[in-house]
Design a protein around this ligand. Structure first.
Ligand SMILES: Nc1ncnc2c1ncn2[C@@H]1O[C@H](COP(=O)(O)OP(=O)(O)O)[C@@H](O)[C@H]1O
Ligand SMILES: [Mg+2]
Length: 274
């Protein structure tokens, strides 16, 4: 069964206005799906519907085989589908990094010895070795988000949902978190849903969902979405620099392959051209 199934989802905070309307999509096991869209398009609301922090007004959300409306399985669902938010400081709760990573395990009632092992393993996986006794609040933004991710991965989730988890970070922090998403998805098979303003980040995903005024405007590969000028304009998305640059060079008559997606592809194509 697909780990995320969204069927005819609508949601509203107030009686007047639907914030999400008729949303349908599925995410496959091990897939990396990016959700993009301008401010207020409904991305965070959708993210909160995915792990049952918000309930559909109509339609269904089934995450990791559990309907978000089912109160009996909601805690289990949230353990299976962890969430990282934009503000790193709001998610860190304990006086040290190790305690923070252990927090969710303690709540889940994991025995002490196993807890210690899992904390160590998660800290190592998120490249936080040596920072176990540090105060989370004194870390860099990228490190804080990695602590949040370590706390989630310690619970062995099937899905991780990141809601603009990189948007408050400097370029180094962004790269650190992006690298962790890559490892978790590509090496460990964890399903990733990453909400982002950063089209470069989205371009690495298998699929991109574009939100506009509470509706799903597009659902396709990043390569395909970047070809759809109307979608880009409507969703106010700018193309990643290598994509834009290669198109400009093509317009100037430099014969580069179509659909260059990354810096590396552009460099390779330019070297070949020479
Ligand atoms: N708690 C709330 N109460 C009422 N309206 C809200 C609330 N949170 C968000 N909204 C409204 O819902 C719409 C979608 O917001 P949001 O999901 O946060 O969009 P995004 O994450 O894409 O910026 C916006 O119009 C926003 O003002
Ligand atoms: Mg948001």
């Amino acid at each position: 069964m697909d780990p995320i199934i969204v069927e005819d989802l609508s949601f509203s905070y107030t009686a007047e206005q639907l914030v999400l309307q008729d949303i349908n999509f599925r995410v496959k096991q091990g897939e990396w799906v990016a959700i993009a869209g301008h401010n207020g398009s409904g991305k965070s609301t959708l993210a909160k519907c995915l792990n049952g922090l918000l309930m559909p007004k109509s339609g269904e959300v089934i995450t990791c085989g559990r309907n978000t409306k089912d109160k009996e399985t909601i805690m289990d669902l949230r353990r299976r589908a962890g969430m990282v938010f934009q503000q790193p400081d709001n998610q860190l709760v304990a006086p040290t990094v190790a305690d923070d990573v252990a927090f969710g395990l303690e709540n889940a009632g994991i025995p002490f010895k196993e807890m210690q092992e899992r904390v160590k393993e998660s800290i190592h996986r998120m490249k936080l070795d040596g920072l176990e006794d540090r105060e989370p609040h004194r870390l860099s933004g990228g490190q804080k988000q990695r602590v949040a991710l370590a706390g989630i991965t310690a619970l062995r989730p099937e899905v991780i949902i990141l809601d603009e988890a990189t948007s408050m970070l400097d370029p180094v922090g962004r790269q650190e978190v992006q690298e962790m998403m890559r490892t978790l998805c590509r090496e460990e098979g964890i399903t990733i849903v990453s909400i982002t303003h950063d089209v470069e980040e989205a371009s690495e995903a298998d699929r991109m969902l574009v939100m506009h005024e509470g509706r799903l405007l597009a659902d396709d590969t990043p390569r395909e979405i970047f070809r759809q000028q109307e979608v880009l304009v409507q969703a106010k998305l700018t193309l990643p620099l290598p994509v834009k640059l290669s198109r400009m060079l093509r317009e100037e008559g430099i014969r580069l392959p179509q659909d260059i997606m990354s810096e590396q592809e552009l460099v390779d194509a330019l070297c070949e051209w020479k």
